[in-house]
Ligand binder design. Sequence first.
Ligand code: SF4
Length: 308
Amino acid sequence: MTTPAPFVTTHADGRTLIPGGNVFRPPSEADSLLLQVSVGCSHNRCSYCAMYQGKRFAIRPQAEIEALIDAFASQRPAPSRRVFLCDGDALILPQARLVATLTYLRKRLPWVQRVATYGDCRSILRKSVAELRELAALGLGMVYHGVETGDDLAMASIVKGSNRAEVIEAADRLREAGILHSVIVLLGIGGVAGSERHAHETASLLTRIDPPYVGALTVTPVPGTPLWDAQQAGTFVLPDPFRTLEELRILVDEAQLTACRFASNHASNYLPMRAELSRDRVAMLAAIDHVLAARDAGMLKPEWLRGL
Ligand code: SF4
């Protein structure tokens, strides 16, 4: 789902502002300033996720957040025009805190053109369209949302904390508020048994919510997670790389999206792609079919080059 990025910022007196460890951000936010407004994830229960293991969720004091922004403001030349709010679900912050943070960002970093964050159904649906509009007016331009699957059964089994109907409602609210919705789906998360259903249901959900950005990642069980335990116990059987490509083919073939940048170029994927889905569908399908016909593992990204 994400790429780790080391993030330590210090005051002039050398005091570390960030409590160490890695923070996570989407690959497309590689050049953004990472502003850690909260620590960990308030849900922290998704069965496949090890990102915030051992991190207790907390919202950072406003004074600390403003000190971080001040540190960015003092950098010369002026740093990135984009800011990414960390950690896992920064949108869960109370509206007043988000408004205060975005307002201060605007005041101190007037050159910033877009602020983005992770969000999920819980955090998006806590906010009304009017509140989301207020955040959009203050610069919040994109929410990255790990939807993972359109299949309610799979969503429940991975303890996503949301369902298909809630994803639709969240997508509608973001669209109404004028905030871009970048949706992440997870190839393989239905296991072998649920693979086809996961792919078809995810394609139909994407068609319904019609996001401008979709990123497909490939699930990789991580030791210490419930998904890993399920795999060890034999209750979750991980689809092989070619089966995940068949899922990708179903998504590309069936998702009818108005104008969507579709990417499967995350480090976890076996066949990196990046395209405008409607325009490039035929070429994408041909590339996938070529690999599926050959069934040659040499055409896939080797395991040692894959990452989470
Ligand atoms: S909501 Fe995101 S960060 Fe939190 S546990 Fe689930 S996948 Fe991990």
